[in-house]
Design a protein around this ligand. Structure first.
Ligand code: PEP
Ligand code: MG
Length: 317
């Protein structure tokens, strides 16, 4: 089956009854970007821009960043969407040249957009580089770990200032949905963000208050927990009420148990690692969206993640 999936990787992921889902790639650097189209990726749903900042003693310069973003955009060409996430460090990802004072709870401390707002020059430099690389491409930029509407406003204000200063039109600007508060307030965020990308790795960790990397808790940190599914459903509803597209770039997007449920909840885009793209597209082509909608409604009324997983019929490998 896997060989067959790869042979059909360039066909769109449309269900038997005509619901299209974009299948995008999560990438961690310039090298991955050149492989996206070849494996059937229809765009890039998450560039973890941390790759540019890791394993070095100083932050990359504006010119250096511009060149890296331009290389990624060139690899995808002018017809494909590329979503680059601004620097997401702190928590479990420290940087030697951007020291964050010791915290008792780093996952609840300075991480993601909080770092960028606290050290505006880091975020402003990145935004300038992204603006300079954007001309002629479908670049979209999103902010990680947003928790409040004010953070989004502050980050967008920085973008507007840098865009005006450079005389380059701003790109569409979205947010990662990783904090339960954002899912609950999806309508308010959708009024001010151009798109959503749900980061189920962190959303699950924060919903269940279980460390995503904790060896003992790992089996329980399941994004198919109905509490997380309800937040995903609320996020999609809020986005669609404002005609915003919503994707998922957390690990659950590539889980064969989750795909039919996410399709049934009305997800617009799934962003997964490169090797999984052909499999996810093939699975979607075998689905019926109306059946998936029924399945999703039943999943939302389950009591446990195990019950949700048991609902999804026969997963072929
Ligand atoms: C997520 O939290 O689901 C996500 C995609 O971001 P990261 O895994 O990089 O924290
Ligand atoms: Mg995350």
């Amino acid at each position: 089956r896997r060989r067959e999936d790869i042979a059909h990787a360039h066909e769109p992921a449309t269900t038997g009854d005509g619901q299209h889902v974009s299948v995008f790639a999560n990438i961690g650097g310039v090298k991955d970007a050149s492989q996206v189209i070849g494996v059937g990726g229809e765009g890039v749903g998450l560039v973890r821009s941390e790759f540019l900042f890791m394993d070095r003693s100083a932050a990359p310069s504006e010119d250096e960043q511009t060149e890296s973003y331009a290389t990624i955009l060139q690899a995808l060409g002018p017809d494909h969407h590329v979503i680059i996430r601004t620097l997401d460090v702190g928590g479990d990802k420290p940087l030697p040249y951007l020291p964050i004072p010791r915290e008792d709870n780093p996952f609840l401390g300075e991480r993601g957009i909080r770092v960028g707002l606290d050290r505006p020059e880091v975020l402003r430099t990145q935004l300038r580089a992204l603006l300079r690389a954007s001309a002629g491409y479908h670049l979209q930029v999103m902010f990680p770990m947003i928790a409040t509407v004010q953070e989004l406003r502050d980050a967008k204000a920085m973008l507007a200032e840098e865009s005006a200063a450079l005389g380059i039109a701003p790109f569409p600007c979205g947010i990662m949905v990783e904090v339960p508060a954002v899912a609950v307030m999806a309508h308010a965020f959708a009024a001010e963000a151009d798109f959503f990308s749900i980061g189920t790795n962190d959303l699950t960790q924060y919903t269940l208050a279980m460390d995503r990397g904790h060896p003992k808790l790992a089996p329980k940190v399941d994004a198919l927990n109905p509490a997380v599914l309800r937040l995903i459903a609320q996020t999609i509803e809020g986005a669609h009420a404002h005609q915003r597209l919503v994707g998922i770039c957390g690990g659950i997007a590539g889980d064969p148990h989750a795909v039919p449920i996410l399709v049934g909840l009305g997800i617009d885009e799934l962003s997964v690692s490169l090797p999984v793209i052909p499999t996810v597209k093939a699975q979607i082509r075998r689905l019926n969206a109306a059946t998936c909608r029924d399945l999703a409604q039943r999943a939302l009324t389950c009591a446990t993640a195990e019950e949700v997983r048991a609902l999804v019929p026969e997963i072929e490998d």
